[in-house]
Design a protein around this ligand. Structure first.
Ligand SMILES: [Zn+2]
Length: 90
């Protein structure tokens, strides 16, 4: 019988084959939801889905401005809006 804290639907059960050939059930934390764009809600690409503690250290991050917050289309739109408002076109 698993521990009381593991008897919940908030954990993920993963079947793992051990080196001895036995199959055992490992209980892990669920993956967090995918990051979404703050404007349009589209799923952002290139963002590590795991928690930072369990994410691989070599995982690349998005280095551009508003990377991980806005998608590329919304970033383009916001940059255009800022330039056009500076020029007083709109
Ligand atoms: Zn967007």
């Amino acid at each position: 019988m698993p521990k009381r804290s593991q008897r919940t639907s908030k954990v993920r059960r993963v079947m793992v084959r051990t080196p001895g050939g036995r199959v055992s059930c490992h209980i892990e934390d669920k993956k967090p939801n995918r990051h979404r764009c703050a404007w349009c809600g589209e799923i952002l690409q290139g963002i590590v889905r795991e928690k930072l503690s369990s994410a691989p250290k070599s995982a690349k991050r998005i280095a551009r401005i508003f990377g991980g917050y806005l998608c590329h289309r919304c970033l383009e739109r916001s940059l255009k809006l800022s330039v056009f408002s500076e020029w007083k076109i709109i």
